[in-house]
Write a protein that binds this ligand. Structure first.
Ligand code: SF4
Length: 248
């Protein structure tokens, strides 16, 4: 025996019933037949169905959390700030880049970030000192590209993690993760090591999917875009590469 479709007086489908029960409702005048194929009856009364509860939206990973974002320059901050906000984080920027040389270039990048941060209402903690001598002491004897970069990442991420811990942040991360020129795996590994040692979780996401959006936003806001990574070594390497290519 097939199931019979049951409508209420307003025509809403409210349930199914057996043919035997449907026939009884028809005989008792409590329902009228709508069709035989498929067998459908309509009740004489309106049935109030309980409202269907929508499942709650899944929580965003950053909801209710404060994150300290180490920012290496204004352009790399663009997509990254937006993305972290989209993930629900309350974002605060952190400026600590003793690897940027000379000092005039450091100031130019810092001012670029300052202007952009104002426009997107980003609070920023500015590390007070320019620790350029510390950078050179740490990379001394390890100047090869890659080797010195890992030291450079650690120097900046350790300081960011300490600032995050002191400021009571729930996590920290870095705009270095958006760069197609940096060693993503090394940054992730060092960030996680440092976070564990200092006691603040490192938030990892491969932000490189936002690389072209980074360029678009930087152009829209007219941000200064540098032509070398930051240290004197990288400035020399970039100049040498351009000379070899004959672009300068
Ligand atoms: S190339 Fe960039 S990441 Fe590497 S040491 Fe220089 S400033 Fe740091």
């Amino acid at each position: 025996m097939g199931k019979v479709i049951v409508l209420d007086a307003e025509g809403k489908q409210v349930s199914f019933t057996s043919e035997k029960k449907a026939e009884r409702l028809l005989q008792e005048g409590k329902a009228v037949e709508v069709s035989r194929d498929p067998f459908t009856i309509r009740l004489a009364r309106v049935v109030d169905l309980p409202a269907r509860e929508e499942p709650p939206a899944p929580a965003l990973p950053g909801e209710g959390k404060r994150i300290l974002l180490h920012i290496c320059c204004g352009p790399c901050g663009t997509y990254t700030i937006q993305r972290l906000r989209d993930l629900g984080f309350a974002v605060t920027g952190y400026w600590y880049n003793p690897n940027i040389h000379p000092f005039a270039e450091h100031e130019l990048r810092r001012e670029t970030l300052r202007g952009y941060a104002e426009q997107v209402s980003l609070p920023v903690i500015w590390h007070e000192t320019y620790d350029m001598p510390l950078y050179f002491r740490q990379v001394a004897g390890h100047e090869a590209f890659g080797e010195r970069c890992r030291i450079c990442y650690r120097l900046r991420l350790e300081q960011t993690a300490r600032a995050a811990r002191d400021g009571g942040f729930d996590a920290f991360t870095t705009t270095l993760l958006i760069s197609i020129h940096q060693d993503q795996e090394a940054i992730r590994q060092i960030g996680e090591e440092v976070g564990e040692a200092i006691g603040v979780p490192f938030f990892y996401e491969d932000f490189r999917r936002g690389w072209s959006e980074r360029g678009r936003i930087a152009n829209e806001y007219g941000l200064y875009k540098q032509h070398y990574c930051g240290c004197l070594y990288s400035e020399w390497e970039a100049a040498r590469a351009r000379a070899i290519k004959g672009t300068r």
